[in-house]
Ligand binder design. Structure first.
Ligand SMILES: Cc1cc2nc3c(=O)[nH]c(=O)nc-3n(C[C@H](O)[C@H](O)[C@H](O)COP(=O)(O)OP(=O)(O)OC[C@H]3O[C@@H](n4cnc5c(N)ncnc54)[C@H](O)[C@@H]3O)c2cc1C
Length: 542
């Protein structure tokens, strides 16, 4: 028999020790667990000459806070009342990810995977139970193959990095995804990914042709064939965090003209906003699919007389020239009075800068910026509208917005038109279910800029009350919700996450409707032990 000695022997002794120490279950942060976790990492197989623990920081490290905050997009989840991770692993190689998974299992810690950190409820960097963050920040390689117009993009890459890299290779290629450049490919694509090319091309997931994922046993599936079509289906719209660690996506680029046209028009109620929004509902979801017109509806103080009113911004993206655009709007939406002086002609990559609200002359390198110093506190949620809202309904909504807005703080909304390509893709083609039959999706916003429990309570109550008031105008049975706009108010599982199919239906049906059952069956096959879990995970029990 071979006698074990040296590091291998010590590793095995340490593993036995880990298995026999009490597992983490207390709700208070532990002093010892982070150290056990680091030691555990170094008992796992490592890359030559680089200990796994070198990629991790724990709360006693001076850089811990900076690491944690580097991708916290909503300051609500940075407050002291939120549990902090036992460790953050900034994986550089698959070995580090595998070691992290193993040690989370051994120490009974939950794993939260973070790519861009934009989760609306902070699920990628908070948890009600002891946990570790696996930060995918370093997995941001982008490999473009112009010969077949495909790209392998690693999960930690931001949309801005992706767009910038595409533009560096071609003036006539793009990718349909979100308008915020800091959003991560890991979470964004797995929830669907919509942006201003959606009426022409659909969602990001409609152009994902392959993926790579690591499962709870550390096994890597290098393509859709090896992971199985059910998993590949689930990853496209079923959300990140329930099946495994997504390592990379293979996407197919789409074509755009060398120059596109963008515009932004503003109209107050006095300038006819009610009539315009009423008409927009009939026009925007059926108009030429090269045209996407988003609405932003905001309460403001009146400029001249006292009191509040509503201002509506019409923000447009057109895949063509201003002449063709004006021809379309003159015919289909003359009330908008769009003129050539409202139109800006830009390269597609410059239109990305415009849509991200960066200054007009900002260089495209700004899209590579991943850390922001201006984060604040917010609650955002979604709704889907399937029947046009009457003029009287719009007036009531506008007044309700005003009543809910202690200016300068306010509730406000973005309305994004569906239709075009979105209506042609069957609702079970991917796990993203909200396709034909929807006129537009609403995003509800409530932002505030100072900390404090009382303030948070106040603004959350306002946001919830306004959402309640919107119930008569939006989808029902279920009131549908967009997974990428995660909202714990629609329901969560109880602590312990032993959610049943029935229990998790409370959110599962709102996010996924008829696709929910298939997601559960896929989960039961691929992540049977429910290692990848959260308060809104897909349950394993069918
Ligand atoms: C400012 C802002 C603008 C936005 N704009 C848009 C938009 O235009 N269109 C749109 O569709 N959405 C938009 N979103 C929503 C965004 O798409 C989702 O919040 C998305 O989940 C963010 O992905 P992320 O990787 O940045 O977030 P993260 O917080 O890192 O992850 C989100 C979820 O996915 C999981 N996850 C992340 N990476 C992985 C991985 N590699 N493997 C497995 N699971 C993973 C996380 O655990 C978490 O549950 C926006 C969000 C914000 C805050």
């Amino acid at each position: 028999m071979k006698i074990l000695s040296g590091p291998t022997f010590i590793s095995i002794l340490y593993l036995i020790y880990l298995i026999t120490i009490p597992r983490v279950s207390s709700s208070s942060p532990s002093l010892t667990v982070p150290h056990h976790f680091l030691q555990c990492l170094d008992t796992q197989p490592a890359d030559h000459g680089s200990p796994n623990s070198a990629t991790a920081v724990i709360p006693t490290n001076s850089s811990f806070s900076a690491n944690l905050m580097s991708a916290v997009r909503n300051l609500r989840f940075a407050s002291a009342s939120n549990r902090k991770p036992e460790a953050i692993v900034a994986a550089v190689t698959e070995t580090h990810i595998r070691a992290t998974i193993s040690c989370c299992k051994l120490l009974n810690l939950e794993l939260r995977v973070r790519s861009g950190g934009h989760d609306y409820e902070g699920f990628s960097y908070t948890s009600p139970v002891p946990f570790v963050i696996l930060d995918m920040y370093n997995f941001h390689k982008i490999d473009i193959n112009m010969a077949d117009e495909t790209v392998w993009v690693q999960a930690g890459a931001s949309l801005g990095e992706l767009y910038y890299n595409i533009a560096s290779k071609s003036k006539v290629h793009a990718f349909p995804a979100g308008v915020c450049p800091k959003v991560g490919a890991g979470g964004h694509f797995s929830g669907g990914g919509f942006g201003n090319l959606m009426r022409k091309y659909g969602l990001s997931i409609d152009h994902i042709v392959d993926a790579q994922i690591m499962d709870a046993n550390g096994k890597v599936y290098r393509d859709r064939r090896s992971m199985g079509e059910d998993v590949f289906w689930a990853l496209r719209g079923g959300g990140g965090g329930s099946y495994g660690v997504i390592l990379a996506w293979k996407i197919k680029l789409v074509r755009v003209p060398e120059k596109v046209t963008v515009f932004k028009l503003e109209r107050t109620v006095r300038e006819g906003a009610v009539d315009l929004v009423h008409k927009w509902q009939q026009v925007a979801p059926v108009i030429d699919r090269d045209l996407f017109i988003r609405l932003e509806i905001k309460p403001i103080n009146r400029k001249i007389s006292k009191g509040k009113t509503i201002k509506v911004s019409f923000i447009g993206m057109f895949l063509g020239t201003p002449e063709r655009l004006l021809n379309i709007t003159k015919n289909k939406f003359p009330e908008l009075h769009l003129t050539s002086s409202d139109c800006l002609v830009k390269k597609w990559i410059d239109s990305v800068v415009f849509w991200a609200n960066y200054p007009e002359k900002a260089p495209i390198e700004i899209l590579l910026k991943r850390i922001s110093a201006n984060e604040y506190y917010w609650k955002r949620t979604s709704d889907f509208v399937q029947t046009p809202i009457s003029k009287q309904g719009l007036k009531t909504i506008f007044q309700t917005m005003i009543d809910h807005s202690p200016l300068p703080r306010r509730v406000w909304m973005q309305w994004n038109p569906w239709g075009g390509r979105m209506g042609e893709i069957p609702s079970d083609a991917t796990a993203f279910v909200h396709r034909g039959g929807n006129l537009f999706m609403i995003e509800h916003f409530m932002n505030w800029y100072r900390p404090g429990d009382k303030l948070e309570e106040k603004f959350l109550a306002i946001a919830r009350s306004f959402k309640e008031a919107m119930a008569p105008y939006v989808s029902k049975n279920p009131r549908e919700a967009f997974f990428n706009y995660r909202d714990v108010d629609i329901g969560i599982t109880t602590p312990g996450y032993n959610a049943t199919y029935e229990g998790a239906k409370v959110y599962g049906e709102k996010y996924f409707k008829g696709n929910y059952l298939r997601l559960v069956k896929t989960k039961a096959r691929f992540d049977r032990t429910n290692f990848f879990r959260s308060q809104q995970g897909i349950p394993v029990l069918a």
